[in-house]
Design a protein around this ligand. Structure first.
Ligand code: CDP
Ligand code: MG
Length: 751
């Protein structure tokens, strides 16, 4: 049985370090970004450099005036040609033939389920049809939600190009901390999470005339919650049109959910796909994948691209490196292989590369996560190589731990992946697992995310929307009641809910901040400790991405020393110090280079900070600085959010989490990893699970702070703290905090 052997590549998926090559790529782009940075007051509002670069790379520049007069004519010609080409392409999509029929159905029904194979034109065309048909004439917008940020951005860019407008004008997108829309935006692509947030400000979605919940088959938590909410809104807004779009799966289930809403099927243009299995289980699917790709490239006639499904960024980078090395070794004996990675965190300007056709004679291989399963359509794929794995989020309500694990995909996913090769002609799919394993090890369908996630954030949003009866909420598939209960407990512990399960003032403020509830609480609590400016900075740095420092191999020691200089007070304080010094340097790129800091992350942090600051103002959190020095105030505020993430160092030198008693290590990227002696008590931002469980972003605290920041959660108890198992008492006369019993939660569900 191959189950275990196939997991062989598992360890690779998780390391958090960027590869050197990736760093170099980033750096070179950063310099480009720094020179070309658009600024506030530019014609369109773009929050991140990323977006500016992305637009440059993908979207047409509309009617932008050019400096070079004589080139203008040519340029207009080229644009007109591209426009004609694009319009012709639009007409070849399967959905085009059904344009009028679809519009008629939409006119007749309030809610429609649209089903069509990936690539049939649902996402890019239907919003345009509705726009052309006048659905936006009354000033109302069309919302089209996507479970993935990358999809929202890339699809918006594509549609802007097709409509010949600038991204952010008539067509825009909105994702967390990045709003690329304007007053005149009529077609708005957005993540499902962003529409969920918009409900907070506009519970009837009055600014929208049409809501398209796209990629509904992905069943992300936010999509599932949206489905329940829009169903409700549709009842009291008969003028609102609702389209639920899905790539073939679950259509009946969705139709049932929407009271037997009609299903509009767009027949796919689908060619035959030959499916091949391995004869025996593969010991290492990464090796097998590389071998298969190279073999296909060398043996197959030119002209068909390859799509390889892997589980995550790290794995993709590994495969990219190996493929580059191997093809370099073969030199000119083989045709060129253009390697295009695509995953959620890929710098945006590199994302556009996957859509570009390979140069003549060359073959493209796209290395993708399951983002390419349905959300992104890449033309010209003739071969799919499927490792049969993906990274799946799982959650244990008992321990509160959320982890990403590499697991076998479902049969439904395998079918979707295979189908990617048969869009433009007959395709071939190479499954790197046995047929037996397909039948025996793979579930029919993927479990919806809502049944395997931490729900604290969602529950907080629902409570803020006035949905008190969570059990009675209209879920397509309800989450486990333990997970709901756990979310309620967590929110109670944070002071966001009172013991009757009602939203508190703190909870209301937290809900307005687009942050995880623990981080939101830290921000709200910072007011009390007079350090809201500092905690705002920390929160922005934490939200800006994990890559703050970089570590070139040839200067590793220097880089480590530079990093260590910031780290004395813990990682949160280090983030604060980095940002403050960068600011004092006048946002200098040179300063970043001198200190081995990624300028991209810093600019992003600055943008996030601006937006969070505006939201803080809205919920009236007073902006105050504890000025130079009272770092304890900052650490207390962090503890006020993350007190549940406390770990204590045992005599054997290992840390153990309080409450769940798991052994955890300080992440090697942490400044605290090299501290001697290591602190006794710490809070951490998150646990990362690899071969071990690592705490990332670690800060030293004093145990008595626990009582101060969460008196409703901890109670004082000297020395003989009751411990599970046989562990020895560990206090040294210090007050030891132990957990209070949760209050009766009886009232929670039906308030
Ligand atoms: O949503 P659905 O999977 O039905 O299709 P779509 O995303 O609307 O894609 C339709 C076509 O648009 C694809 O076949 C691509 O040719 C093109 N497209 C593109 O070139 N670039 C994008 N970013 C998105 C779509
Ligand atoms: Mg789509």
């Amino acid at each position: 049985d191959g189950g275990e052997a196939r997991g062989g590549g598992k360890g690779r998926a998780f390391s958090e370090q960027e590869s050197w090559e990736e760093q170099q790529i980033r750096k070179s782009q950063l310099q480009f970004g720094a020179k070309d940075r658009g600024h506030a007051g530019d014609e369109y509002e773009l929050v991140f450099d990323d977006a500016v670069e992305f637009v440059k790379a993908t979207a047409m520049s509309g009617t932008e005036p050019e400096d070079e007069e004589d080139e203008l004519g040519d340029e207009i010609d080229a644009k007109a040609m591209l426009q004609r080409e694009l319009q012709d392409q639009r007409k070849t999509l399967p959905v085009y033939k059904f344009r009028d029929e679809l519009l008629k159905a939409i006119a007749e029904h309030q809610i429609i389920i649209v089903v069509g194979e990936t690539g049939s034109g649902k996402t890019t065309q239907i919003p345009q049809y509705l726009h052309e048909a006048g659905y936006t004439a009354n000033g109302r917008r069309i919302a089209c939600t996507q479970p993935r940020r990358v999809a929202a951005m890339s699809v918006a860019a594509r549609v802007a190009q097709e409509m010949g407008v600038k991204l952010g004008h008539e067509v825009g997108y909105s994702i967390r901390f990045e709003d690329c829309t304007s007053e005149k935006t009529a077609v708005k692509y957005m993540t499902d999470g962003m529409l969920l947030r918009e409900f907070l400000g506009e519970p009837d979605l009055a600014s929208y005339g049409v809501v398209i919940v796209d990629e509904a088959h992905e069943r992300s938590v936010s999509t599932d919650i949206l489905l329940g909410l829009v169903k409700d809104v549709a009842r009291f807004r008969p003028d609102l049109k609702l389209l639920i779009s899905s790539a073939t799966l679950n259509a009946d289930k969705l139709s049932d959910f929407f009271d037997m809403a009609p299903v509009f099927k767009i027949p796919g243009r689908r060619y035959k796909v030959d499916i091949h299995y391995t004869a025996a289980p593969e010991a290492d699917y990464v090796d097998a994948a590389v071998a298969t790709v190279l073999q296909l490239h060398v043996t197959q006639p030119p002209g068909g691209d390859i799509l390889l499904f892997l589980t995550g960024q790290e794995e993709i980078e590994t495969v990219e490196e190996i493929l580059r090395r191997r093809t370099r070794g073969l030199g000119t004996r083989i045709a060129e292989l253009v390697i295009c990675p695509i995953y959620a965190n890929l710098p945006t300007e590199l994302q556009a590369k996957i859509f570009e056709p390979a140069p003549p004679g060359a073959r493209k291989v796209v290395l993708a996560t399951n983002i390419a399963e349905t959300s992104l359509t890449i033309d010209g794929i003739s071969y799919v190589v499927d490792t049969g794995f993906c990274k799946v989020k799982s959650y244990s309500p008992r321990t509160g731990a959320e982890s990403l694990l590499v697991q076998p995909i479902s049969k439904a996913s395998a079918a979707q992946r295979a189908g990617r090769s048969g869009r433009t002609g007959p395709g071939k799919c190479f499954r790197l697992f046995t047929e037996h394993s397909y039948r025996e090890d793979m579930a029919d369908e993927t479990v919806p995310e809502i049944q395997r996630s931490n729900l604290a954030s969602v529950v907080l949003s629902l409570k803020a929307l006035g949905v008190n009866d969570l059990v009675g909420f209209d879920f397509v598939d309800p989450p486990a009641s333990e997970a709901l209960l756990r979310a309620l407990e967590d929110l109670f512990a944070l002071g966001a809910l009172n013991s009757r399960g009602e939203l508190t003032k703190t909870g209301r403020r937290m809900a307005e901040l687009p942050l995880d509830p623990m981080l939101a609480k830290a921000v709200v609590a910072s007011e009390r400790y007079g350090c809201s400016e500092e905690v705002l900075t920390v929160a922005s740095m934490l939200s800006a991405g994990n890559a703050v420092f970089y570590r070139p191999r040839d200067r590793a020691l220097l880089a480590d020393a530079a990093r260590q200089r910031f780290s004395a007070g813990g990682d949160h304080v280090a983030l604060l110090n980095v940002y403050t010094e960068w600011e004092q340097s006048g946002h200098s790129a040179q300063w970043c280079a001198d200190h081995f800091v990624q300028p991209r992350t810093m600019r992003r942090a600055r943008d996030v900070r601006e937006q969070l600051a505006a939201l803080m103002e809205r919920v009236e959190i007073e902006r105050r600085s504890c000025s130079s020095g009272d770092l304890d105030a900052v650490r207390k505020a962090i503890t006020a959010g993350f007190f549940r993430n406390t770990a204590q160092r045992r005599r054997d030198g290992l840390y153990r989490t309080i409450k769940t008693w798991r052994t955890v290590l300080v992440h090697p990227s942490s400044g605290m990893a090299r501290l001697d002696p290591p602190p006794r008590w710490v809070v951490y931002h998150e646990l990362v699970e690899t071969s071990n469980e690592y705490m990332r972003q670690v800060t030293e605290i004093k145990p008595e702070w626990q009582l101060e920041v969460a008196p409703h959660y901890y109670q004082e108890n000297n020395l003989d703290a009751p411990e599970p198992k046989k562990a020895k008492a560990h206090g040294q006369g210090a007050a030891v905090a132990v957990e209070k019993q949760s209050p009766s939660l009886n009232g929670f569900f039906n308030v």
